[in-house]
Design a binder for this molecule. Structure first.
Ligand code: PHB
Length: 455
């Protein structure tokens, strides 16, 4: 038992700390059942944030920034699961996410969702083993591009997945397009990548959202259903913040509402004081906000500490009151109304099964990012199945990706045929105290079939 505990702990730490990790899919497939049993037996799901099985103890993954090319180019797979289809070399997926910086929690939760699905399928699809190479992009475009090059040129990944920060996704656009590397985006909402015909690429798919896609429906909802006429908006001062705010603003104004003020603090703001002071001066019915990760925790807490919550109800993008930090935000998050394409409270059989499996593994409900990671892995696996593992046949693989369709946790999953961006069900949610005493985003209403050309 103590040996296994040690493995879990060191792996959890490794996920956050090491800059390059090769997940040995076969080993994971062999260990996954005992890990699940161990977690529930020890009741330690909550205590171990990221129970990822990485390299075996005998051959630890070097934490070095630049592992030797030879070692990287020919990873040794330690174990072969019984029944593995001997169909040549593994399919290698390069996963690029922030495991450091303001968006660390997002990267970790996307990874959890992605790995949960891969474990469910035993790291096998289309008759081939799947290997995952993880890199920390630190939510930094320059770092992201460098790491993407390493994954493609050094590790010879067949496709890339992940990406949280819009700037990183934008920085990768020309690279994946010219190198003909499929990229399945699991978060970054940079809208032009799928909405702008000049920016689109046949190699880029997005399972998460385009910025604005789930924000705009809150415009008419805030005006017509919540009865707000005057609203101020606030978001981080980079492309994603502006895209999200712009979509809400346009839809709110179209519904007859007035935008009274706009406040854009820098990304990763520790002290929102000056910005809250400015919001305080605007006489509004409500404040609309988008912040994510560490920014969301601080903003919601400071909005409450400043006394603003009692003056102006807080509404916004669901990222603001994500399940990963509702506990930290506490009562400061109560009653916040947001729009988002996910909530673990949605009562469909597929979602409740997903929530239960995630909860068994991690001791907590999945959030939007875990959901996006899960979709990302499933979409890739479904396409691999459709081409019987022939990921090297790029035309066939891209065409299979385009056609992926299944009933997922929030209903029918499909890509828009023109934009290759997911079509969403958007939920209007409110933070309430649940029967078990925890906080949750309960569903007020939903709209279906929202694509990224609808705004
Ligand atoms: C983005 O940069 O597109 C982005 C980042 C964090 C989010 C949503 C979108 O929660």
């Amino acid at each position: 038992m103590s040996e296994k505990r040690e493995l879990l702990t060191s792996t959890a730490l490794g996920m956050c700390c090491s800059r390059r990790q090769l997940l040995r899919g076969a080993l994971l497939a062999a260990l996954a059942p005992s890990l699940g049993a161990l977690l529930s037996a020890c009741g330690s799901g909550a205590a171990v944030p990221t129970p990822t099985v990485a390299a075996p103890a005998a051959t630890p993954t070097p934490p070095a920034a630049t592992p030797t090319p030879a070692a990287a180019a020919s990873p040794t797979v330690a174990a072969t699961p019984t029944g593995q289809a001997a169909a040549g070399e593994p399919v290698r997926i390069g996963v690029l996410l922030p495991y450091s910086g303001v968006y660390t929690a997002l990267g970790e939760n996307i990874t959890r969702g992605l790995e949960l699905y891969l474990e469910e399928i035993g790291y096998q699809a289309g008759g081939r083993t799947i290997e995952v190479y993880k890199e920390d992009d630190a939510a930094n475009p320059e770092v992201g591009l460098t790491k993407a090059r390493q994954l493609v040129e050094r590790d010879r990944v067949h496709l890339l997945a992940g990406i949280v920060h819009s700037g990183v996704a934008t920085a990768l656009r020309d690279f994946v397009d010219s190198q003909q590397i499929p990229l399945v985006i699991a978060n970054a909402g940079a809208a032009p990548l799928t909405r702008d015909p000049a920016q689109r690429s046949p190699y880029i798919f997005r399972v998460s959202f385009a910025n604005g896609q789930y924000e705009w429906p809150l415009g008419p909802y805030a005006h017509d259903s919540l009865g707000y006429a005057r609203v101020a908006v606030t978001a981080p001062d980079y492309s994603a913040g502006h895209e999200k705010a712009n979509a809400f603003k346009a839809a709110f104004q179209k519904a007859g509402g007035q935008i009274v003020d706009e406040v854009y603090p820098p990304l990763d703001t520790a002290d929102f004081g000056p910005f809250l002071q400015r919001l305080q001066q605007a006489q509004v019915d409500a404040v609309w906000a988008f912040f994510a990760g560490a920014d969301a925790v601080r903003f919601v807490q400071q909005y409450n500490d400043f006394g603003l919550k009692d003056q102006f109800p807080l509404i916004g993008a669901g990222d603001l009151v994500d399940e990963a930090y509702l506990g930290q935000q506490g009562d400061a998050a109560l009653d916040v109304v947001t729009s988002l394409h996910y909530t673990p409270q949605y009562d469909s059989p597929e979602n409740q099964a997903f929530v239960q499996r995630f909860r068994e593994k991690h001791g907590q409900v999945p959030n939007q990012f875990a959901y996006q990671g899960y979709l990302c892995a499933r979409v890739i696996a479904e396409a691999l199945n459709a081409v019987e593992g022939q990921v090297e046949d790029r035309e066939a693989f891209l065409s299979a990706l385009k056609q992926v369709q299944f009933t997922g946790p929030t209903g029918e999953f499909r890509f828009h045929p023109e934009t290759q961006n997911v079509v969403l069900t958007v939920f209007f949610r409110k933070v309430e105290r649940l029967a078990d005493g925890s906080l949750g985003n309960v569903v007020l209403d939903k709209v279906e079939g929202i694509d990224d050309l609808s705004f």
